[in-house]
Design a protein around this ligand. Structure first.
Ligand code: MOS
Length: 693
């Protein structure tokens, strides 16, 4: 990578540039876009987990205000079934409970919902299978795990090294199915008019939804436009199109010229918007008497859906975390009659690092070593997987800085010793990691306007992260102008191509395109351009180094209080220290880090989608039954970061921060629960019953 930007705006804690619009109601989310004379859609969902629709009786649905009822028999035909999840209302097959089998389009949302409730569907039910068990004989080995990692890896002789290790850990850890619950539900307004399909959509990728839906509907991508300037959270669940997008498109095609509004209910989000797969993870560690790892094995069983494969990369972080000469990782899938799992904040790293970092804590106890010292002893010089030098691994720096800030040195290593009244007190630590992804394909255009401002255009997404602000800061530094002289346009597929707001890659990828366009602009037009001067640039190759291993790291510290009688668990204090390259905007970055840590706390103590395998149904499918950490659960959480820039990642020197905050947080809490109680919980979430047993 060449010269770093001269950071003037970068590094400043600018307030969100769209913040005033948001509080004044001028920053519309998908469902709120003003459209004239909208219609409303409500789906009918399958009440069986597998089988066929044999009859749909819409005879009783003669409400005034009902405009159309779509079923597999009369819905417009889609063009591509390459993505079977999006093959909506095209056949009589039912692949999972809750699948869309019909939809009502009506003049009001109330009429649509009432009418949908009165559609009678008759099924031919087939035996289904919705239970993840690790001992199934029919587990399958996927070709790759998300997005394109090797499924299994093997280095050296793990079994031999384990057999001769002075200290061994062999434990199984489990994490439950979890669902993303962004504040803004998934929503689409679809309008088919003048041979053009316009979607106002809540998405992490306007260009991605355009491309996908164009293919599904058999349209030229130029005929599809996706508009999404403001998105109220996604965490990965809005990273790809889901069945509601396909259903909204079908509805629009069925009523040309009229916009159709469709927002998923909270309960529908638990079916069609993806989820984090449950995992069963066996971890085996072997170490010498000094705690130096000789063997590390991480074998994962998880689930996918028969209708479409998604294989999460649960064990991938174990390939790079610690120096162990003998290593193996593997992933196996139970293929079930369930909805399709998908991305949820740091897919792979989050459940994988829960298991691995609790196992490491167990090894520290077995070796009689401080868990920070154990991690320092096993810190690899270079990436154990690729052999490449790190672009900036500073896990040890994070652990040491965190220990200092947290007050780790006063900790007695023995569990169950500290008490505050009825509460047992413990502290725990865990490592964090996330790769630095920079995706090729983004393009930015810069045009100088008559208002003496630079209009910077790129079809990027701000899902609440602060991308509006951070990209403006990057553009200002790249153009050598004040931030006030930049007018950013994002969130529209009519803007230049931008890759997904996913994999914590957004700022790295889009920022690289903006810097390239700004550099070209200044070369051609100098610093005193005339109105209308314009330049663009496209990132066709990943700008990140191929010579270095690019990963961020962090250290998570937690204090927990466990009630001696009731088992209630509280987390009064969490601290995170991160090594993530240059931080573009400390204000929005801190929100990302502590948001991730909060989601990790939520994962540690609360979140669990309970699948009733008899029906293939998540029974706690709403915010009453699925608890997410709220203000009362979250006490003193703070995050800091090491002052760095990464010369190998991208022109900004940043590495992406959206996901790393959740990684390791649940392990730090689980390790603190052990320290408080002496009870090792290896099964998330850590509910009171598990510490009372
Ligand atoms: Mo994130 S789970 O890659 O949107």
């Amino acid at each position: 990578m060449t010269d770093l930007l001269e950071p003037r705006a970068i590094g400043r804690p600018l307030e969100r540039i769209e913040g005033r619009d948001k509080v004044r109601g001028l920053a519309p989310y998908a469902y709120e876009h003003p459209v004239s004379d909208p219609l409303y859609l409500h789906p009918v969902q399958a009440t069986i987990a597998r089988g066929r629709v044999v009859a749909i009786d819409t005879g009783g649905v003669a409400f005034p205000g009902v405009v159309a009822i779509l079923t597999h028999e009369n819905a417009p035909r889609l063009a591509s079934d390459e993505n079977r999840e999006l093959w909506v209302l095209q056949s009589d097959e039912v692949h999972y409970r809750g699948q869309f089998v019909a939809a009502v389009i009506a003049e009001t949302p109330e009429i649509a919902r009432e009418a949908a409730g009165q559609v009678r569907v008759e099924y031919e039910q087939q035996a289904h299978d919705a239970e993840l068990r690790p001992d199934r004989p029919d587990l399958v080995r996927p070709d790759k795990v998300n997005p394109s990692f090797d499924t299994d890896t093997q280095e050296g002789d793990v079994e031999a090294a384990l057999a001769t290790a002075a200290v061994r850990i062999d434990q199984t850890y489990t994490t439950p199915m979890e669902h993303n619950n962004p504040m803004e539900p998934h929503a689409t307004i679809a309008l088919w008019a003048d041979d053009r399909l316009v979607l106002w959509d809540s998405t992490q990728s306007a260009h991605g939804v355009r491309k996908t839906m164009a293919a599904v509907c058999g349209l030229d991508p130029a005929q599809v436009r996706v508009i999404s300037p403001h998105v109220g959270g996604g965490f990965g669940s809005k990273g790809t199109a889901h069945p509601h997008n396909a259903l909204a498109c079908l509805a629009a095609l069925a009523v040309p010229g009229q916009p159709v509004k469709f927002a998923l209910s909270r309960q529908q989000m638990f079916v069609v918007a993806g989820y984090r797969t449950p995992t069963v993870q066996r971890i085996r560690l072997g170490a010498d008497a000094d705690g130096r790892l000789t063997a590390l094995a991480h074998d994962v069983v998880e689930q996918t859906s028969k209708v479409k494969e998604f294989a999460e990369q649960t064990a991938v972080a174990s390939r790079i975390m610690y120096a162990a000469p003998n290593r193996r990782t593997s992933h196996r899938l139970a293929v079930l009659d369930v909805p399709v799992p998908s991305w949820m904040r740091a897919p792979g790293e989050t459940p994988g690092m829960f298991a691995a970092e609790v196992a490491l804590d167990e090894l520290a106890v077995a070796c009689g070593l401080d868990p920070i010292e154990l991690r320092i002893r096993n810190d690899p010089e270079s990436d154990p997987e690729s052999g490449r030098p790190w672009s900036g691994r500073n896990l040890v720096g994070c652990l040491k800085e965190g220990a200092r800030r947290f007050g780790w040195d006063v900790r007695d290593p023995k569990p169950g010793l500290r008490r505050l009244g009825d509460w047992l007190v413990g502290t725990g630590v865990a490592s964090s990691t996330y790769p630095c992804y920079v995706f090729p394909g983004s393009k930015a255009t810069i045009q100088y306007g008559t208002d003496q401002r630079y209009v910077v255009r790129i079809g990027a997404a701000d899902i609440g992260t602060g991308a509006w602000t951070a990209l403006t800061q990057i553009a200002a530094d790249a153009l050598g102008c004040p931030v006030e002289a930049v007018r950013l346009e994002i969130g529209d597929s009519d803007l230049p191509m931008a890759t997904v707001a996913g994999g914590s890659s957004g700022i790295s990828s889009w920022g690289s395109a903006i810097v390239a366009a700004a550099t070209a602009f200044r070369e051609r037009h100098g610093t005193d351009p005339g109105p209308g001067a314009r330049e663009d640039a496209e990132i066709t190759q990943p700008p990140a180094s191929r010579t270095h291993a690019l990963h961020s790291f962090g250290a998570q510290f937690a204090e927990v209080h466990v009630h001696a009688d009731t088992g209630e668990i509280r987390v009064p204090r969490m601290r995170g220290v991160f090594s993530a390259g240059r931080i573009i905007n400390p204000r929005t970055a801190r929100s990302q880090f502590i948001g991730g840590m909060t989601m990790g706390l939520s994962m540690a103590l609360h979140e669990e989608s309970v699948m009733d395998a008899r029906f293939g149904h998540v029974i706690n499918h709403d915010l009453a039954g699925y608890h997410i950490a709220v203000n009362a659960d979250v006490k003193d959480i703070d995050a800091v970061w090491l002052d760095e820039h990464d010369p190998h990642s991208n022109p900004m020197g940043s590495r992406g921060i959206g996901e790393i905050g959740i990684v390791g947080a649940a392990a730090a809490i689980a390790n603190a629960v052990w320290h408080a109680t002496g009870i090792r919980v290896r099964d998330l979430p850590i509910t009171p019953d598990k510490v009372l047993s």
